[in-house]
Write a protein that binds this ligand. Structure first.
Ligand SMILES: [Zn+2]
Length: 432
């Protein structure tokens, strides 16, 4: 019988959360049946789309091409919703190639993926009046899935489309219904309630704990569905996460610094009239691009400005890396010339060019929340992974591995190939 695989990525779930979940009856049972990788080193920047692209390919961001949530460029509001932004082969491609049926509920960067049989990619209505069904169809959800899975569960998010826990109720109900109706061989799911409350209130608090309680019931719902279809004993289940978060105390506008140095010129109303460099916020880090690659003077001026800024510790970043340095250090490359890294308690605004440099928190924007991420992967609480099922050893604990090792290990188990992967097989958790 063909083995099945479910990967649930609980956005921003960390080791400390797993310790809490492990006090609950179902998780006490799950840990006896599986292997726990206590902490995983994620990729840099530790931002959701970048992490999920690496978690579904085993490749570093330099290869996936996904280095932020947003599409590259100045004031690009659209996110990398579509599969085309991932430049390498995914686990889903590999599964499909081997004759497995595939399904997705809200895993990022998988819109319009022709290798997904039942696809509800992470996406949302683009105007207040646009029905979610219309938006999802544009991103590749079939009429069949809209009718059989999306519509019966829409009431969970009526009037609360991007709010937690409503959207997670919707996501997990869709995942449950896909299992009951289609019994897909590979299903990937991405709820984000834990992440949402961390952005809003900080890393550890009662609001986050409440999301962990919900998470418990959602996982239980999935396991019950697998037992109902008779597939539980034949399914490998991976409960994983993309990154942690850190508590933030100040929010800086990198483009204000560039404007004050004359690298961005504005008129009296603050409209940009000329720019030689600009910064994209990655929440707890920043990527700075020199507009004209031949503008050596702008490069040198920007580098000096960022180095002095890091040394002074006045602007919220403690280090600056050139493109070459960050590729060497973290396997990150992309459409930028420099990266600045948070001092551990500062985050960065999107595209503001008007002073003041530091602004107030805005929990509605993940970059300006009381908690956020995008920082170097070893900082702060760390993501965690529990792997349960017939292919995993029972009761094994691994202290740490890389998050890109997870897909590579799954590919090995299923006999799939991921030729672009950088991760390695976690041999000690695989059953002989
Ligand atoms: Zn995330």
């Amino acid at each position: 019988m063909k083995r099945k695989l479910i990967i649930i990525s609980n956005d921003a779930m960390v080791r400390e959360d797993m310790e809490y979940l492990l006090t609950k009856p179902l998780f006490k049972q799950l840990i006896k049946e599986g292997s726990w990788i206590k902490t995983m080193k994620t990729v840099y920047p530790s931002i959701t789309y970048c992490c999920h692209a690496s978690m579904i390919t085993g490749a570093n961001p330099a290869k996936t091409g996904v280095t932020n949530n947003n599409i590259d460029g100045w004031r690009q509001a659209d996110w990398m919703w579509e599969r085309k932004y991932i430049k390498v082969k995914t686990l889903i491609d590999a599964a499909k190639e081997n004759g497995y049926t595939t399904a997705n509920v809200f895993w990022p960067v998988l819109g319009q993926d022709e290798n997904i049989d039942y696809n509800i990619p992470e996406y949302w209505s683009q105007t207040p009046d646009e029905p979610l069904t219309v938006a999802l169809k544009r991103m590749g959800t079939s009429d069949k899935v809209i009718k059989e899975i999306v519509e019966p569960n829409l009431y969970y998010i009526d009037g609360h489309q991007r709010q937690h826990p409503y959207c997670d109720e919707f996501i997990m109900a869709c995942a449950r219904d896909m299992i009951l109706k289609y019994r897909p061989d590979l299903l990937v799911v991405h709820p984000a309630g834990i992440d949402g409350k961390r952005h809003e209130y900080g890393v550890f608090n009662e609001y986050v704990t409440e999301q962990l309680d919900y998470t418990y019931y959602w996982i239980e719902k999935i396991i019950r569905a697998l037992k109902e279809t008779g597939d539980y004993e034949n399914t490998d289940i991976v409960l994983t996460s993309d990154h942690g978060q850190i508590d933030i105390k100040r929010w800086g506008c990198l483009n204000v610094l560039l404007a004050q140095a004359g690298l961005i010129e504005t008129d009296e109303q603050g409209n940009v009239i000329k720019m030689r460099a600009y910064a994209n916020s990655i929440a707890a880090s920043g990527q700075i691009k020199i507009v004209d690659e031949n503008d050596k003077e702008a490069y040198d001026l920007t580098y000096k400005l960022l180095k002095e800024g890091a040394e002074s510790k006045l602007y919220g970043f403690e280090s600056v890396f050139t493109k070459e340095e960050i590729y060497e250090k973290e396997g990150l490359s992309g459409n930028f010339d420099f990266v600045v890294e948070t001092d551990g308690f500062s985050a960065f605004d999107g595209w503001s060019v008007k002073p003041p440099y530091f602004i107030n928190a805005n929990p509605a924007d993940y970059r300006l929340g009381n908690g956020t991420h995008g920082h170097l992967p070893d900082k702060g609480p760390q993501p965690t992974t529990l792997m349960i099922g017939p292919d995993f050893k029972k009761g094994v604990t691994v202290e740490r591995c890389d998050s890109i090792d997870m897909p590579v290990t799954l590919a090995k188990i299923f006999g799939w190939s991921l030729p672009d992967a950088d991760g390695k097989v976690i041999e000690e958790i695989i059953n002989d």
